[in-house]
Design a protein around this ligand. Structure first.
Ligand code: PHE
Length: 323
Protein backbone atom coordinates (compact mmCIF):
# COMPACT_ATOMS: atom_id res chain seq x y z
CA UNK A 1 0.00 0.00 0.00
CA UNK A 2 1.32 3.42 -0.87
CA UNK A 3 0.80 6.48 1.25
CA UNK A 4 -1.58 9.33 0.56
CA UNK A 5 1.32 11.50 -0.59
CA UNK A 6 2.47 8.90 -3.09
CA UNK A 7 -1.06 8.38 -4.41
CA UNK A 8 -1.37 12.10 -4.94
CA UNK A 9 2.02 12.24 -6.65
CA UNK A 10 1.03 9.42 -9.01
CA UNK A 11 -2.07 11.35 -9.99
CA UNK A 12 -0.10 14.52 -10.60
CA UNK A 13 2.42 12.69 -12.76
CA UNK A 14 -0.26 11.29 -15.06
CA UNK A 15 -0.70 14.57 -16.93
CA UNK A 16 3.00 15.51 -17.05
CA UNK A 17 4.34 15.50 -20.62
CA UNK A 18 7.59 17.45 -20.48
CA UNK A 19 10.86 17.32 -18.56
CA UNK A 20 10.27 20.91 -17.42
CA UNK A 21 6.92 20.15 -15.77
CA UNK A 22 8.44 17.05 -14.24
CA UNK A 23 11.22 19.08 -12.61
CA UNK A 24 8.61 21.47 -11.16
CA UNK A 25 6.67 18.67 -9.53
CA UNK A 26 9.85 17.05 -8.30
CA UNK A 27 10.75 20.28 -6.52
CA UNK A 28 7.33 20.31 -4.85
CA UNK A 29 8.00 16.92 -3.27
CA UNK A 30 11.72 16.49 -2.93
CA UNK A 31 13.06 20.07 -3.22
CA UNK A 32 14.36 22.11 -0.27
CA UNK A 33 10.83 23.06 0.71
CA UNK A 34 9.21 19.97 -0.73
CA UNK A 35 6.46 18.04 1.04
CA UNK A 36 8.64 15.05 1.81
CA UNK A 37 11.70 17.11 2.75
CA UNK A 38 9.66 19.16 5.20
CA UNK A 39 8.16 16.02 6.72
CA UNK A 40 11.70 14.87 7.58
CA UNK A 41 12.29 18.18 9.33
CA UNK A 42 9.20 17.61 11.49
CA UNK A 43 10.70 14.39 12.86
CA UNK A 44 12.54 16.23 15.61
CA UNK A 45 9.29 17.36 17.12
CA UNK A 46 8.07 13.83 17.66
CA UNK A 47 8.42 11.76 20.81
CA UNK A 48 11.35 9.34 20.73
CA UNK A 49 9.32 6.09 20.20
CA UNK A 50 7.24 7.59 17.35
CA UNK A 51 10.26 9.16 15.64
CA UNK A 52 11.84 5.89 14.54
CA UNK A 53 8.62 4.51 13.06
CA UNK A 54 7.90 7.76 11.21
CA UNK A 55 11.50 7.93 9.96
CA UNK A 56 11.30 4.48 8.36
CA UNK A 57 7.97 5.43 6.79
CA UNK A 58 9.35 8.65 5.32
CA UNK A 59 12.46 6.90 3.92
CA UNK A 60 10.23 4.49 2.11
CA UNK A 61 8.06 7.28 0.81
CA UNK A 62 11.10 9.19 -0.45
CA UNK A 63 12.46 6.13 -2.26
CA UNK A 64 9.09 5.51 -3.92
CA UNK A 65 8.83 9.14 -5.04
CA UNK A 66 12.35 9.09 -6.50
CA UNK A 67 11.55 5.93 -8.45
CA UNK A 68 8.37 7.45 -9.83
CA UNK A 69 10.26 10.52 -11.04
CA UNK A 70 12.93 8.37 -12.66
CA UNK A 71 10.37 6.24 -14.42
CA UNK A 72 8.50 9.25 -15.74
CA UNK A 73 11.72 10.84 -16.95
CA UNK A 74 12.58 7.76 -19.05
CA UNK A 75 9.06 7.60 -20.41
CA UNK A 76 9.20 11.21 -21.60
CA UNK A 77 12.66 10.79 -23.16
CA UNK A 78 11.51 7.73 -25.10
CA UNK A 79 8.39 9.42 -26.35
CA UNK A 80 10.31 12.46 -27.52
CA UNK A 81 12.81 10.32 -29.40
CA UNK A 82 10.03 8.51 -31.21
CA UNK A 83 8.31 11.71 -32.20
CA UNK A 84 11.58 13.09 -33.43
CA UNK A 85 12.26 10.28 -35.93
CA UNK A 86 8.67 10.41 -37.06
CA UNK A 87 8.81 14.07 -38.00
CA UNK A 88 12.40 14.19 -39.21
CA UNK A 89 11.86 15.52 -42.72
CA UNK A 90 15.59 15.98 -43.29
CA UNK A 91 16.22 12.23 -43.61
CA UNK A 92 16.85 11.05 -47.20
CA UNK A 93 13.84 9.28 -48.79
CA UNK A 94 13.70 5.57 -49.56
CA UNK A 95 14.35 4.66 -53.18
CA UNK A 96 12.07 2.07 -54.77
CA UNK A 97 13.43 0.35 -57.83
CA UNK A 98 10.93 -0.77 -60.46
CA UNK A 99 11.10 -4.38 -61.63
CA UNK A 100 10.50 -5.48 -65.19
CA UNK A 101 9.52 -8.57 -67.16
CA UNK A 102 12.10 -11.36 -67.51
CA UNK A 103 13.50 -11.61 -71.08
CA UNK A 104 12.06 -15.11 -71.48
CA UNK A 105 8.61 -13.98 -70.38
CA UNK A 106 8.92 -11.05 -72.78
CA UNK A 107 9.37 -13.50 -75.68
CA UNK A 108 6.42 -15.60 -74.52
CA UNK A 109 4.23 -12.57 -74.06
CA UNK A 110 5.13 -11.05 -77.40
CA UNK A 111 4.70 -14.40 -79.21
CA UNK A 112 1.26 -14.85 -77.67
CA UNK A 113 0.22 -11.39 -78.79
CA UNK A 114 1.38 -12.06 -82.35
CA UNK A 115 -0.45 -15.39 -82.56
CA UNK A 116 -3.58 -14.11 -80.87
CA UNK A 117 -3.84 -11.45 -83.56
CA UNK A 118 -3.79 -14.28 -86.13
CA UNK A 119 -6.68 -16.00 -84.36
CA UNK A 120 -4.81 -18.56 -82.25
CA UNK A 121 -5.99 -19.59 -78.81
CA UNK A 122 -3.52 -19.99 -75.92
CA UNK A 123 -3.83 -23.45 -74.34
CA UNK A 124 -1.96 -25.17 -71.51
CA UNK A 125 -1.30 -28.75 -70.49
CA UNK A 126 0.24 -30.69 -67.59
CA UNK A 127 4.01 -30.75 -67.01
CA UNK A 128 3.81 -34.21 -65.44
CA UNK A 129 2.69 -36.33 -68.40
CA UNK A 130 1.85 -39.93 -69.10
CA UNK A 131 3.75 -41.97 -71.67
CA UNK A 132 0.72 -42.18 -73.98
CA UNK A 133 0.45 -38.43 -74.63
CA UNK A 134 4.18 -37.70 -74.63
CA UNK A 135 5.14 -40.60 -76.97
CA UNK A 136 2.59 -43.24 -78.08
CA UNK A 137 -0.18 -40.94 -79.29
CA UNK A 138 2.47 -38.92 -81.13
CA UNK A 139 3.48 -42.01 -83.09
CA UNK A 140 6.86 -42.57 -81.39
CA UNK A 141 7.82 -46.22 -81.91
CA UNK A 142 8.15 -48.22 -78.66
CA UNK A 143 11.95 -48.42 -79.02
CA UNK A 144 12.49 -44.75 -79.93
CA UNK A 145 15.70 -43.44 -78.30
CA UNK A 146 13.90 -40.35 -76.89
CA UNK A 147 12.11 -42.66 -74.47
CA UNK A 148 15.39 -43.84 -72.97
CA UNK A 149 16.83 -42.84 -69.63
CA UNK A 150 19.35 -40.36 -71.09
CA UNK A 151 16.65 -38.11 -72.52
CA UNK A 152 13.55 -38.44 -70.43
CA UNK A 153 13.03 -37.68 -66.76
CA UNK A 154 10.84 -40.54 -65.58
CA UNK A 155 9.18 -40.29 -62.20
CA UNK A 156 8.83 -43.21 -59.77
CA UNK A 157 5.22 -43.85 -60.67
CA UNK A 158 5.17 -46.21 -63.65
CA UNK A 159 4.35 -44.67 -67.05
CA UNK A 160 4.69 -41.08 -65.81
CA UNK A 161 7.34 -38.58 -66.89
CA UNK A 162 8.15 -34.90 -67.04
CA UNK A 163 7.01 -33.88 -70.52
CA UNK A 164 9.94 -33.68 -72.94
CA UNK A 165 8.06 -31.32 -75.27
CA UNK A 166 4.77 -29.40 -75.51
CA UNK A 167 3.48 -31.60 -78.40
CA UNK A 168 1.39 -33.87 -76.09
CA UNK A 169 -0.97 -30.90 -75.64
CA UNK A 170 -1.84 -31.20 -79.37
CA UNK A 171 -3.44 -34.57 -78.66
CA UNK A 172 -4.99 -33.51 -75.35
CA UNK A 173 -6.63 -30.52 -77.02
CA UNK A 174 -7.83 -32.29 -80.18
CA UNK A 175 -9.38 -35.08 -78.10
CA UNK A 176 -11.60 -32.65 -76.23
CA UNK A 177 -12.49 -30.21 -79.03
CA UNK A 178 -13.81 -30.35 -82.57
CA UNK A 179 -11.88 -29.03 -85.58
CA UNK A 180 -10.93 -26.54 -86.95
CA UNK A 181 -8.10 -25.88 -84.47
CA UNK A 182 -5.81 -22.92 -84.05
CA UNK A 183 -3.86 -23.12 -80.82
CA UNK A 184 -0.51 -22.24 -79.31
CA UNK A 185 0.89 -23.88 -76.18
CA UNK A 186 3.56 -22.03 -74.24
CA UNK A 187 5.12 -24.02 -71.42
CA UNK A 188 8.01 -25.52 -69.57
CA UNK A 189 9.61 -28.80 -70.73
CA UNK A 190 12.23 -31.16 -69.28
CA UNK A 191 15.05 -33.31 -70.57
CA UNK A 192 17.69 -35.34 -68.84
CA UNK A 193 20.57 -33.33 -70.28
CA UNK A 194 24.03 -32.35 -69.12
CA UNK A 195 23.81 -28.57 -68.64
CA UNK A 196 25.98 -26.38 -70.85
CA UNK A 197 25.77 -23.02 -72.66
CA UNK A 198 22.95 -24.24 -74.92
CA UNK A 199 21.30 -27.00 -72.83
CA UNK A 200 19.30 -26.87 -69.62
CA UNK A 201 17.41 -29.66 -67.84
CA UNK A 202 14.39 -27.39 -67.78
CA UNK A 203 13.59 -25.12 -70.71
CA UNK A 204 10.61 -23.54 -72.44
CA UNK A 205 8.78 -24.33 -75.63
CA UNK A 206 6.02 -22.83 -77.66
CA UNK A 207 3.92 -25.27 -79.66
CA UNK A 208 1.58 -24.31 -82.47
CA UNK A 209 -1.15 -26.38 -84.09
CA UNK A 210 -3.42 -25.42 -86.96
CA UNK A 211 -5.92 -27.90 -88.40
CA UNK A 212 -8.59 -27.12 -90.99
CA UNK A 213 -9.97 -28.45 -94.29
CA UNK A 214 -7.27 -27.06 -96.53
CA UNK A 215 -4.30 -26.01 -94.43
CA UNK A 216 -1.02 -26.51 -96.27
CA UNK A 217 2.72 -25.82 -96.02
CA UNK A 218 2.00 -22.49 -97.74
CA UNK A 219 -0.10 -21.36 -94.78
CA UNK A 220 2.60 -22.58 -92.45
CA UNK A 221 5.30 -20.59 -94.25
CA UNK A 222 3.19 -17.43 -94.29
CA UNK A 223 2.39 -17.68 -90.60
CA UNK A 224 5.95 -18.25 -89.38
CA UNK A 225 7.28 -15.53 -91.69
CA UNK A 226 4.80 -13.09 -90.18
CA UNK A 227 5.68 -14.29 -86.69
CA UNK A 228 9.46 -13.94 -87.12
CA UNK A 229 9.20 -10.50 -88.74
CA UNK A 230 7.14 -9.20 -85.84
CA UNK A 231 9.15 -10.87 -83.07
CA UNK A 232 12.52 -9.68 -84.37
CA UNK A 233 11.18 -6.39 -85.72
CA UNK A 234 12.89 -6.82 -89.09
CA UNK A 235 12.41 -8.77 -92.32
CA UNK A 236 13.76 -12.22 -91.39
CA UNK A 237 15.09 -14.73 -93.93
CA UNK A 238 13.56 -18.16 -93.26
CA UNK A 239 14.70 -21.54 -94.62
CA UNK A 240 12.95 -24.94 -94.55
CA UNK A 241 15.08 -28.10 -94.50
CA UNK A 242 13.80 -31.66 -94.52
CA UNK A 243 13.69 -33.16 -91.03
CA UNK A 244 12.16 -36.02 -89.13
CA UNK A 245 9.59 -36.20 -86.33
CA UNK A 246 7.39 -39.26 -85.82
CA UNK A 247 4.31 -37.04 -85.42
CA UNK A 248 4.65 -34.99 -88.62
CA UNK A 249 4.89 -36.01 -92.26
CA UNK A 250 6.60 -34.40 -94.08
CA UNK A 251 8.77 -32.82 -91.35
CA UNK A 252 10.96 -29.75 -91.49
CA UNK A 253 13.73 -28.05 -89.59
CA UNK A 254 13.39 -24.29 -89.75
CA UNK A 255 16.42 -22.00 -89.87
CA UNK A 256 16.45 -18.23 -89.68
CA UNK A 257 19.23 -15.87 -90.66
CA UNK A 258 20.71 -13.62 -87.99
CA UNK A 259 21.86 -10.06 -88.69
CA UNK A 260 25.35 -11.29 -89.61
CA UNK A 261 23.95 -13.75 -92.19
CA UNK A 262 24.47 -16.96 -90.16
CA UNK A 263 21.74 -19.61 -90.42
CA UNK A 264 20.40 -20.63 -87.01
CA UNK A 265 18.25 -23.70 -86.44
CA UNK A 266 15.26 -22.59 -84.42
CA UNK A 267 12.19 -24.81 -84.72
CA UNK A 268 10.85 -28.23 -85.65
CA UNK A 269 7.72 -28.48 -87.76
CA UNK A 270 5.66 -30.46 -90.21
CA UNK A 271 2.24 -31.51 -91.43
CA UNK A 272 0.40 -33.34 -88.66
CA UNK A 273 0.77 -37.12 -89.18
CA UNK A 274 -2.58 -38.84 -90.01
CA UNK A 275 -1.87 -41.32 -87.18
CA UNK A 276 -1.78 -38.44 -84.65
CA UNK A 277 -5.11 -37.08 -85.91
CA UNK A 278 -6.56 -40.57 -85.65
CA UNK A 279 -5.20 -41.06 -82.12
CA UNK A 280 -6.88 -37.78 -81.16
CA UNK A 281 -10.24 -38.72 -82.64
CA UNK A 282 -9.99 -36.48 -85.70
CA UNK A 283 -10.74 -37.90 -89.18
CA UNK A 284 -7.56 -37.54 -91.32
CA UNK A 285 -9.65 -37.91 -94.49
CA UNK A 286 -11.45 -34.67 -93.68
CA UNK A 287 -8.91 -32.63 -91.75
CA UNK A 288 -5.27 -31.71 -92.15
CA UNK A 289 -2.87 -29.21 -90.70
CA UNK A 290 0.57 -28.26 -89.52
CA UNK A 291 2.32 -28.13 -86.18
CA UNK A 292 5.56 -26.62 -85.03
CA UNK A 293 7.44 -26.16 -81.80
CA UNK A 294 10.30 -23.90 -80.86
CA UNK A 295 12.54 -23.43 -77.87
CA UNK A 296 11.55 -20.11 -76.33
CA UNK A 297 14.94 -19.90 -74.62
CA UNK A 298 16.64 -20.25 -78.01
CA UNK A 299 14.38 -17.61 -79.52
CA UNK A 300 15.11 -15.17 -76.69
CA UNK A 301 18.85 -15.85 -77.07
CA UNK A 302 18.66 -14.96 -80.77
CA UNK A 303 16.46 -11.91 -80.16
CA UNK A 304 18.61 -10.42 -77.41
CA UNK A 305 22.02 -11.75 -78.53
CA UNK A 306 22.57 -13.91 -75.42
CA UNK A 307 25.14 -16.68 -75.69
CA UNK A 308 24.45 -18.79 -72.58
CA UNK A 309 21.04 -20.28 -71.75
CA UNK A 310 21.99 -20.65 -68.07
CA UNK A 311 21.94 -16.86 -67.66
CA UNK A 312 18.13 -16.93 -67.88
CA UNK A 313 17.92 -18.98 -64.72
CA UNK A 314 20.74 -17.34 -62.78
CA UNK A 315 18.65 -14.50 -61.25
CA UNK A 316 21.69 -12.27 -61.70
CA UNK A 317 20.47 -8.68 -61.73
CA UNK A 318 23.53 -7.48 -63.62
CA UNK A 319 22.26 -9.69 -66.47
CA UNK A 320 18.51 -9.16 -66.08
CA UNK A 321 18.69 -5.37 -65.85
CA UNK A 322 19.96 -5.22 -69.43
CA UNK A 323 16.60 -6.27 -70.90
N1 PHE B 1 8.18 -31.37 -80.26
C1 PHE B 1 9.30 -31.21 -81.14
C2 PHE B 1 10.56 -31.05 -80.29
O1 PHE B 1 10.49 -30.84 -79.12
C3 PHE B 1 9.12 -29.99 -82.03
C4 PHE B 1 7.99 -30.12 -83.00
C5 PHE B 1 6.73 -29.69 -82.67
C6 PHE B 1 8.17 -30.71 -84.26
C7 PHE B 1 5.68 -29.79 -83.58
C8 PHE B 1 7.16 -30.81 -85.15
C9 PHE B 1 5.91 -30.36 -84.80
O2 PHE B 1 11.66 -31.14 -80.81
Amino acid sequence: MSSKVIEELKNNLKIVNSQEKLENIKAKYLGKKGIITLAFKELGKLAHEKRKERGVFLQKEKKQAENLFLQKKEEITKKLKKEKTFVDITLPGKKFSLGHIHPLSQVFKQSQEIFEKMGFLVVEGPELEIEWYNFDALNFPKDHPAREMQDTLWVKEKGKLMRTHTSPVQVRYMEKNSPPFRIIVPGVTFRNEATDASHEVQFNQLECLMVDKEVSVVDFKAIIQNFFDQLFERKVKVRLRPGFFPFTEPSFEIDIQDKKGNWLECMGAGMVHPKVLENSGVDPQKWQGFAFGFGADRMAMIKFGINDIRLFYSSDLRFLNQF
